[in-house]
Design a protein around this ligand. Structure first.
Ligand code: C5P
Length: 234
């Protein structure tokens, strides 16, 4: 069943910049076209909750992507600090106990579980000591996240169809690693915007393809047209 998500919230722009001033400029440039912004480690370390509040005051949404990974008690206390902060999504990874601690502590924020970073390929996960394929690891982590009650998962667009087929549509799939064509930077498991939604994404997270474009607004409009071709009622 299609989810009721407005087209102008489907693209989450990754504010991967080094100052709050730069972040504010990006928000002001893009906010009439996209209403969802991701604050990650880099920006949070310089801007803290102040930049998040500034974004939220403009009636926009915030995805706080700090990828919490620690002992369950610490993750629980970290997630609890997000209560009443107005953040829509926060990311966590780890085993069942860590995810459960995050879900139990969450009030008003939706917990998304990281499956396998889109910058990792088979050789990388082998080097980390995993003997299974990326696909198997993504699916097993997504299954546990859904069972534990996470609101959704972060996965590459390549694994999204398998996640939907095996686990259904009753949770969010958020897809980073969006690239227009064959990719040369650090993202290895990439798809384009159209493929991501064809494959079952609810949201895409996009940074460099918008940030580095000569005309960032044109890239957003083009991606939104692609999304609408897949989800006409969006
Ligand atoms: O610049 P780019 O489009 O690659 O940005 C992708 C964003 O998505 C980054 O902010 C990165 O932290 C985030 N991300 C990711 N892979 C994940 C989860 C988040 O690339 N699995």
């Amino acid at each position: 069943m299609p989810k009721d998500i407005p087209l102008n919230e489907r693209i989450i722009f990754a504010l991967d910049v080094s100052t709050s001033e730069e972040a504010k400029q990006w928000v002001e440039t893009l906010e009439t076209h996209t209403k969802f912004f991701k604050v990650g480690l880099q920006l949070f370390l310089v801007g803290g909750f102040e930049i998040i509040e500034w974004i939220l005051k403009r009636d926009l949404k915030v995805f706080m992507d700090l990828k919490f990974f620690d002992v369950p008690e610490t993750v629980k206390l970290a997630v609890r600090t997000l209560t009443d902060k107005g953040v829509s999504f926060a990311t966590v990874h780890g085993n069942d106990a860590i995810l459960r601690a995050a879900v139990e502590a969450a009030q008003g924020v939706q917990i998304l579980a990281v499956t396998v970073l889109t910058s990792l390929d088979e050789a990388d996960i082998r080097a980390l000591g995993f003997k299974c394929s990326v696909q198997d690891l993504v699916l097993s982590r997504a299954r546990r996240a859904v069972e534990i009650g996470c609101s959704g998962v972060i996965s590459s667009g390549l694994e999204a169809p398998m996640i939907r087929k095996e686990l259904g549509n009753n949770f969010l799939v958020v897809v980073p690693g969006i690239r227009p064509a064959k990719n040369i930077d650090d993202q290895k498991r990439t798809v384009d915007a159209r493929e991501a939604f064809e494959n079952g994404a609810d949201y895409i997270v996009v940074g460099r393809p918008i940030r580095d474009a000569a005309d960032p607004v044109a890239v957003i409009k083009d991606m939104q047209a692609q999304i609408q071709s897949v989800l006409p009622r969006s």
